[in-house]
Design a binder for this molecule. Structure first.
Ligand code: ADP
Ligand code: MG
Length: 355
């Protein structure tokens, strides 16, 4: 699928602002961003529920921008599932195929295939209210896939499920989508959901794509402070490039001197930001002598979260940073409130951001 310069305004507000993207056949593509950044508006334009002011949508090379929703080989699944409460699971799934004029036997075959796909063969006669949330979600998915769309659009598909079920369902959903091989655009405001499900993620802000990439790329190589901050937790430091060599550079900030194990395309003296993930720093008791890639702090707060312990640390100037210590062993040293600590990180831990 290809989107070219798609835009939609609501009076003064640019809900979607010049978005272009190519999405491969069979790819699972996530739109990730805070509430109000334009995810649903973009999705509704792909579905045909919303008219773009500018731009085009192409599917398998055909311009579908002017087509009505029902003329597009696209299906959209909503958060509320929108199942028909008075119809059985079977009839919910059969609804689309029947309307498209398939004969009885073909419809029956298709519904059975879909029931098998979502492992609900035993539930065909039930009504939606007789199913759990996770099962309803699977019926909705089966119904969305029953007409074999070329493109499936999911708007916050798992928003109604509790956390545990949500995590399991994300994996199930991906495995079903892969088996069918359908191209999928999924909207979510949940970063872990996007990372679990998607081949690529577009991070959206104010109607624009601010970065598009594979989950690892977005997490390990954010192109802006906004993306670094939005994806996971991060400590940001603003400073100046003081050494610039091909294989390494140094950045001085008020808090620390950063030795970074790679060069950056920049000029000496330029302003840059450095981002450090909480899990990429290590704690040590006491205040070691000053050195690069470390800083002194005191423990302000500690939360034991099972697989890791999270520390809020206060730096000399009063600023707070967050450090996570993996509980890889059952007896990892814990630091108490007020304790002086040294925070260290390696030359590969710091992400240098130039915006
Ligand atoms: P998201 O799905 O990312 O939360 P939306 O696409 O729903 O964001 O909305 C993007 C922006 O467009 C928001 O500021 C929202 O208030 C506005 N918006 C969405 N739909 C309409 C509409 N029909 N009329 C006016 N403003 C709208
Ligand atoms: Mg939305």
């Amino acid at each position: 699928m290809r989107v070219e310069h798609l835009a939609r305004r609501y009076e003064e507000l640019s809900a979607v602002d010049d978005v272009s993207i190519d999405i491969a056949q069979g790819e699972i593509f996530a739109l990730l961003g805070a509430s109000g950044c334009g995810k649903s508006t973009l999705l509704r334009m792909l579905a045909g529920f919303e008219r773009p002011d500018r731009g085009r949508v192409l599917l398998a090379g055909c311009d579908i921008t002017a087509l009505a929703p029902y003329e597009r080989p696209i299906n959209m699944m909503f958060q509320s599932y929108a199942l028909f409460p008075h119809l059985s699971v079977y009839d919910n799934i059969a609804f689309g195929p029947r309307r498209s004029g398939m004969d009885r036997r073909a419809v029956d075959q298709r519904v059975r295939e879909m029931l098998e796909l979502v492992e609900l063969q035993a539930y065909a006669r039930r009504r939606p209210h007789q199913l759990s949330g996770g099962q309803q979600q699977r019926v909705a998915l089966a119904r969305s896939l029953a007409r074999r769309p070329q493109l499936l659009l999911l708007d916050e598909p798992l928003g109604a499920l509790d956390r545990k079920l949500r995590e399991r369902t994300q994996i199930e959903l991906v495995s079903i989508l892969r088996r069918v091989g359908v191209t999928c655009v999924v909207v979510t405001h949940d970063q872990e959901e996007a990372m679990t499900m998607a081949d690529r993620i577009a991070v959206m802000r104010e109607g624009r794509f601010v970065q598009v990439g594979e989950p690892l790329e977005i997490y390990e190589n954010p192109k802006s402070r906004f993306v670094a901050d939005f994806i996971g937790n991060v400590n940001l430091f603003a400073g100046e490039l003081v050494t610039d060599e091909p294989e390494r550079c140094e950045i001085r900030t008020p808090e620390a001197l950063f030795h970074v194990g790679h060069g950056i395309p920049g000029t000496l003296g330029m302003r840059v930001s450095v981002a450090l993930r909480p899990e990429n720093m290590r704690l040590q008791a006491g205040h070691a002598p000053g050195a690069p890639n470390q800083l002194h702090a005191r423990v302000a707060a500690r939360a034991y979260l099972g697989s890791y312990t999270q520390y809020e640390l206060e730096l000399a100037g009063g600023r707070r940073i967050r450090v996570a210590q993996a509980n890889a062993d059952r007896h990892v040293e814990a630091f108490d409130g007020g304790a002086p600590v040294t925070v260290r990180w390696s030359e590969t831990a710091a992400m240098v951001i130039q915006d």
